[in-house]
Each structure stands twice: as C-alpha cells, then as structure tokens.
Design a protein around this ligand. Structure first.
Ligand code: PMV
Length: 298
C-alpha cells in the first residue's frame, strides 16, 4: 500500500509553540511518499540508504514501524520512501515521512487507524526521536490545511505568494530546540517575554493572512525574524540572506527550527520574481491536503 503526506511551513511561532504559545502553520504542495509491502523481514529503502530496522540511519521510519507494531504486531515489511521534501530544511520532512509510513502500514496491514490515531502515533515517534517537540509537524502532516496551533483552529490564507529559499545549511530540530531550552534555563524572565512577543505576532497574523495584507505580514515577518535571532537560532548566512532579500523588497524569516534550513519571504510580485532568480527560490502553495493513500506505482 502506498501513502503520502505533505511538507509544511511555519509562517509564525516556531520555538515559542514548544512553550504553549501560538503558531500559524500550513501544509504545502511538496509530498513524501511511502510504500509498505508485507515481507518476511524488515527492510527500509530510502534516499538515505537501504537498512533493516535502524534507529541511526532511519530513526523516524524505524520508530514508526516499532510504534505501529505495538498496535498491530507484524513479522516483516518492506518500506520504500521517495520524497520531494528537502531533508533537514525546516519543511517538516521527518513528520511527513513518519505520517506517510504509518498510513502505508495501516493500509497494508488493515489496522483501520483513523487520522487522529495516525497523528497520535506520529506524535509518539516525534518524542521517541527528538525527546521534545510541540507536535505541530505531525499534526500538519496528518491533517493538511492551514491552522492556528495549539487551538486547532483552521485558518484561511488569502492570495499571497509564499517564497521559499533553502540556505543549504542543515537544520537539526532537536539541537535547536535544546539550544533554546538551555537559553531559557539561564534567562527565563527574558526568554518567556520573547515567546510572548512571538505569540502576539502569530495571533495578529491570522487576520492579515486572511486579507492577504502583504504590508502587515511583511512587518510581522520582520518582527518574528528578529525574535528568532534573539533566541539564537539564526546564522550569519541566514542574516545575510534576509538582509539581501530586504534590499529587493522581500521580508523574510526562518521557517522551522533554524540553525540553517529554509527561509520564507513575501513581497510584491516583481520583488518575488527577482528573488526567485537571484536566490534560486521557489513558490509554494498553502493549504495542501493531509495524509492520503496513493495509487500504487505512482
Ligand atoms: O524545523 P522543523 O520543521 O522540525 O520545525 C520545528 C519547529 C519547532 O517549533 C522549533 C519545534 C516544534 O516541535 O514545534
């Protein structure tokens, strides 16, 4: 059985959302595909290599198989992964692969899991691998759409062009989340206020997103990026990219954990076109469909 799940971008609120503040997140039109076939042993085939159950090379897939087996014991399975989502780039590739594998296993072994069950399992896998996390990525990979988190309020995104540029530096979520946790331990009274500011930015963005109000959103992107820099998750490469984009009229911020990965930007059509050329950026569509079965052999 074959299944797929979408990538996501966090428009506002990364890191603060781990501490129960608001975030605005949308699924986007890049997908990860997983195929599961009954077998006598466990084999995982992906762009990262071919392994058995391997918690080093394939931690998310391996924990997904382990967690699924707790619900429906299996003797063996061959899992094949193909993905359009760049790895370690802040676009939620780990959650997408986890959710796609769980759905494919569900179909192949007829476990009858609901989307809510799949989300709960993927949430456990996130914690198995990362130890900490808000559950935002597995939620979006499962349900798709665009949401205000943690309220689970669906939101509308007007006609906005969303530009994504990959810095090419890898973004390791667990490392960045730990870095912020350590900073907060040293300066709780400061960091909690930064989280509150991010919370206000995320809440304020909901209306501006609905209206497609580029002017307000540009200011909110700028403010959110300043807060992320204060949390220590920007890099000199990201700072430089954000500055150069600003010169073109694009307001940009990190999306996801930072330390590398992708930045997202908005601006008028002319600026976006120029930035796409100069920085090898691409446009993404918000509100993509969540996890689903796929025709086999696609
Ligand atoms: O970099 P990503 O796509 O894994 O996003 C991480 C988002 C954080 O807020 C930093 C962590 C989390 O679990 O929400």
């Amino acid at each position: 059985m074959k299944a797929s799940a979408p990538a996501k971008i966090i428009l506002f609120g990364e890191h603060a959302v781990v501490y129960k503040r608001h975030a605005v997140v949308t699924a986007i039109n890049l997908r990860c595909y997983a195929e599961a076939k009954k077998s006598s042993k466990i084999k995982i085939i992906s762009p990262l290599g071919t392994t058995g159950l391997d918690f080093e090379v394939h931690p998310y897939v391996s924990y997904a198989i382990k967690r699924f087996s707790e619900i429906k014991p299996i003797n063996g399975v061959e899992i094949r992964i193909e993905s359009e989502i760049p790895i370690a780039s802040g676009l939620g590739s780990s959650a997408a692969v986890t959710v796609a594998v769980l759905k494919a296993l569900d179909g192949e072994f007829e476990a009858g899991l609901s989307d809510e069950d799949i989300f709960e399992l993927a949430r456990k896998v996130e914690l198995d691998v990362q130890g900490i996390g808000s559950g935002t990525d597995p939620f979006i990979a499962t349900f798709g759409g665009a949401w205000l988190i943690p309220d689970r309020k669906p939101i509308k995104i007007g006609n906005i062009k969303l530009l994504v540029i990959n810095t090419g530096e890898s973004s390791i979520t667990a490392e960045m989340v730990k870095k912020v946790a350590e900073l907060r331990e040293r300066h709780p009274e400061v960091i909690d206020r930064i989280f509150d500011a991010i919370d206000a930015i995320a809440l304020k963005s909901v209306d501006a997103l609905k209206r497609g109000d580029i002017t307000t959103l540009s200011e909110l992107f700028f403010l959110n990026q300043c807060m992320l820099k204060a949390l220590g998750v920007s890099t000199s490469k990201i700072d430089e990219l954000v500055d150069r984009l600003a010169e073109l009229g694009i307001s940009a911020k990190i999306t996801g954990a930072g330390g590398g990965g992708c930045v997202i930007g908005i601006g008028d059509d002319e600026s976006i076109e120029k930035a796409m050329k100069d920085f090898d950026g691409f446009l993404v569509e918000a509100g993509a469909e969540g996890v689903r079965f796929e025709e086999e052999g696609v």
